[in-house]
Structures are given as structure tokens and as C-alpha cells.
Design a binder for this molecule. Sequence first.
Ligand SMILES: Nc1nc2c(c(=O)[nH]1)N=C([C@H](O)[C@H](O)COP(=O)(O)OP(=O)(O)OP(=O)(O)O)CN2
Ligand code: ZN
Length: 130
Amino acid sequence: MEEWLIYKEFRFEAAHRLPNYQGKCSRLHGHSWIGRVYVRGEKLIESGSQQGMIIDYGEIEKYIEPLRDRYLDHYYLNETTGLPNPTSEAIAKWVFERLEVVGLPGLYAVEIQETCTSSARYRKSPQEKW
Ligand SMILES: Nc1nc2c(c(=O)[nH]1)N=C([C@H](O)[C@H](O)COP(=O)(O)OP(=O)(O)OP(=O)(O)O)CN2
Ligand SMILES: [Zn+2]
């Protein structure tokens, strides 16, 4: 058995605040966020223009784009995601669940990097089969 794990990165500028946080992050502030969508596969496409791929990176991007354009890029995340406390962890889960709903094949994890030094990655626990 073998497996590949690939990711497609996306970027967005957005504001948020953590209302319950004791400190500066309770204030409205913004970040240049980086997201990474991880896709897992055990078999490479055998022929055609996507030969040797799990899935075309461009295909992954097609799933991400509507989310980025409608909810993430240049938005106030507390408002657009509806999350009461939009931490990196919560946003990673929020993005994962939306990609799951639209059926991104092989979806494995979503990472949200909030600053150069801080990042959170969400995936379903291995025992939870989906
Ligand atoms: N586990 C989490 N901790 C914190 C989150 C989070 O989403 N998950 N978020 C924040 C703030 O939103 C903040 O914007 C980011 O925190 P931090 O990395 O501490 O930001 P700094 O700019 O202060 O980073 P330094 O590298 O220390 O300069 C807080 N915590
Ligand atoms: Zn922040």
C-alpha cells in the first residue's frame, strides 16, 4: 500500500476578532491568511493529461475559489463564517466542512496559517471514517 498527500495553498486578506480573548486579539485586526487544503490518495491517475497526479492542483482550486471569494477574502470573518470566536482552529474546521459538503475528492485536512508563526490544521480523527 502506498499513499500521497498533496496540498493546494490559497491566500486571503481578512479581519477578525476573538471576543472572549483576554488580550490584543479581542480587538478588531487583520491578517494575510494562508490556507492549505490537503488531499490524500492511494492511486495515481494512469493516463491522459493528468497522468501521475492524485488530482490536478487546478481542480482543487476550483473547490476553494468560491469559498475564498464569497466568505474569506477581504471580509470580516466573524460575520461571514458566523463563528462566535473565529480562531485559526475554528476557521480550519469551517473550511474543511464546506469542502466536504461540496465533495472535494480525497479531502484530508485543512490548515489555516494566521501569522508567520501561528497555524492550525484540522482533520477528522482516523477512526471517524467518511
Ligand atoms: N490557539 C490559538 N491561539 C491564538 C489564536 C488562534 O486562532 N488560535 N489567535 C490569536 C490572535 O488572533 C492573533 O492574531 C494571533 O496570535 P499570535 O500568533 O500570538 O500573534 P502575534 O502577532 O502576537 O505573534 P508573535 O509571533 O508572537 O509576534 C491569539 N492566539
Ligand atoms: Zn488574529
